[in-house]
Design a protein around this ligand. Structure first.
Ligand SMILES: Nc1ncnc2c1ncn2[C@@H]1O[C@H](COP(=O)(O)OP(=O)(O)OP(=O)(O)O)[C@@H](O)[C@H]1O
Length: 435
């Protein structure tokens, strides 16, 4: 990469097509994180790490690096980085909701209420302090409900609390009698106030949410891949609405749960998504579970579409999103949050292996080595779910699709025997273990 305007990174780049069309094998990478991704990058054949201001072809950067450098940088054709410039349009809690609300309005205008209702998958949300008065109106309409307050730009459960009384959020009250200047002096951190899902689906009395990975390689046209191996994150304490101050009951983030007194690091607090799927199928039947996972797929596609025209599309960028989905007792999925930097730190050996596979498969799709034809619908654990329109697998009977855009047997965690055979048939990349 060259930093043309401000100087810096200059010189020849190693990863380019030779005259005879053959590819050079060296990919110079930079990595701003110190977790699983480093191990994966180090083990990738032909990839070499560069430090400091040295020229690079691939950068697994953090969002801070992006903020400071992207706007001053010129990138060669082949260069790739792991975030879109304004990724926060989807991954900051307030902006995600703003974009979804706008998209829902657009659908209602263009295609009617039924279509707009397909976006009814996020809990009612207000930004505070800016929407304080709107929030109070809503709050008064349904007294006794529980709400959750979340800082818009923090993670790992930090700063989150539940409340049922307005006095608990007085700090965010917008005071119309004060001037902008006075308000600035006492500025509070921006939060979202969101309807708390009071009836979560429970397993053994415990609440959980799903972490699912989606890889986007282009916004215009939209190209998105769904990873089959997500997981459910459980709370370690039985669910109850009587103790709204207990974060071990209500927040299922691993960062929170691993500090619980009875947390068992051996067992962790996760289930693979396949295990969850088997459990739900045994309890509710396959038809119900198919339709649940179709609804979850709908969440991925609609949320990406809601920012499709907002995100700065740049062929150098890709993004691996971590979606947080919560199920309620009626098996309705709710979108809680989309993470731009989903935790790549492993909480157990099994988790480590899954994350290594996920990252390795991500790098296969980003394809610095130029191995793919561009027509693949499945790469490693990823299924192409959207390519400027829904993607259907060739081996699926289209009549079984129903209303969803996705074939019934390609959803998360549905790895049947035929899928296994297919994965084995896929030619492994050098250095990749057969799965
Ligand atoms: N509206 C809601 N209803 C019920 N539970 C919720 C709601 N919003 C958040 N939670 C719970 O709180 C947890 C943390 O919420 P959220 O993911 O929005 O915050 P975060 O601090 O950004 O966490 P992370 O870094 O893991 O994404 C969720 O995993 C979920 O268990």
């Amino acid at each position: 990469m060259s930093k043309s305007k401000t100087g810096g990174y200059k010189g020849p780049y190693a990863y380019q097509k030779k005259k005879d069309g053959e590819l050079r094998s060296t990919v110079r990478y930079k990595c701003g994180l110190t977790n699983t991704i480093q191990d994966v990058l180090r083990q990738r054949p032909g990839w070499v790490e560069v430090k400091d201001d040295a020229e690079w072809d691939f950068n697994w950067c953090d969002v801070g690096w992006l903020r400071e450098n992207y706007d001053h940088s010129y990138m060669e054709e082949h260069v790739r980085i792991c975030h879109f410039r304004n990724h926060y349009e989807l991954t900051r809690k307030n902006l995600m909701v703003k974009n979804l609300k706008r998209y829902r309005k657009f659908l209602e205008r263009e295609s009617g209420r039924l279509e707009a209702a397909k976006c009814d998958f996020f809990p009612r949300t207000f930004e505070l302090p800016s929407e304080y008065h709107l929030f109070v109106e809503e709050f008064k309409r349904s007294p006794g409900n529980t709400w959750i307050m979340k800082p818009v730009a923090r993670s790992q459960g930090k700063g989150i609390f539940l409340f049922r009384k307005l006095k608990d959020i007085m700090d965010w009250k917008k005071d119309g009698t004060r001037s902008e200047e006075q308000r600035d002096e006492t500025q509070v951190e921006s939060y979202v106030s969101q309807r708390y899902i009071e009836n979560p689906y429970l397993i053994s009395g415990r609440k959980f949410d799903l972490r699912v990975y989606i890889l986007v390689t282009s916004y215009i046209p939209l190209k998105a891949w769904l990873y089959r191996d997500g997981f459910a994150r459980f709370s370690s304490t039985r669910f109850s609405l009587s103790s709204i101050d207990d974060q071990y009951v209500h927040l299922t983030n691993v960062a929170v749960q691993k500090t619980a007194p009875d947390y068992d690091p051996e067992k962790g607090c996760k289930w693979e998504i396949q295990k969850l799927r088997r459990y739900l199928t045994a309890k509710h039947g396959s038809e119900t579970v198919e339709s649940l996972f179709k609804e979850i797929d709908n969440i991925f596609v609609r949320s990406l579409q809601s920012v499709q025209k907002v995100i700065i599309n740049d062929k150098h960028c890709f993004e691996l999103y971590g979606y947080d989905i919560l199920l309620d007792q009626d098996l309705k999925p709710w979108l809680i949050e989309v993470n731009a930097s989903p935790s790549l730190t492993a909480s157990s050996q099994e988790d480590y292996e899954m994350k290594c596979r996920l990252l390795d498969d991500t790098l296969h799709i980003v394809d610095m080595e130029g191995r793919l034809t561009g027509r693949e619908k499945r790469v490693g654990g990823f299924d192409l779910m959207w390519n400027d329109g829904p993607v259907y697998r060739d081996d699926v009977n289209l009549e079984t699709l129903g209303v969803s855009c996705f074939p019934a047997n390609t959803h998360l965690g549905c790895i049947n025997d035929r899928d296994k055979q297919l994965r084995q048939l896929l030619k492994p990349f050098p250095g990749q273990k057969k799965t």
